[in-house]
Design a protein. Structure first.
Length: 63
């Protein structure tokens, strides 16, 4: 992501765009997923870290 600092409004607009696209497919974002996306946008987390968490979670469930 670039170094431009996004305003809270811009962050929420980005999340709503993603939610709109997901909702069209019948999969609107949960509160938890919105928070993860928010954390990635502000730099508190990364998409790679969140991806690894999901892989580990389901690897533990399904082997």
């Amino acid at each position: 992501m670039n170094n431009k600092k996004l305003t809270e409004k811009e962050i929420q607009e980005k999340i709503e765009k993603v939610n709109g696209a997901m909702a069209q497919e019948g999969m609107p974002l949960t509160k938890e997923l919105r928070q993860k996306l928010y954390n990635c946008i502000i730099g508190k987390s990364s998409t790679e870290l969140e991806r690894q968490k999901i892989i580990e979670k389901y690897r533990g469930i399904y082997g």
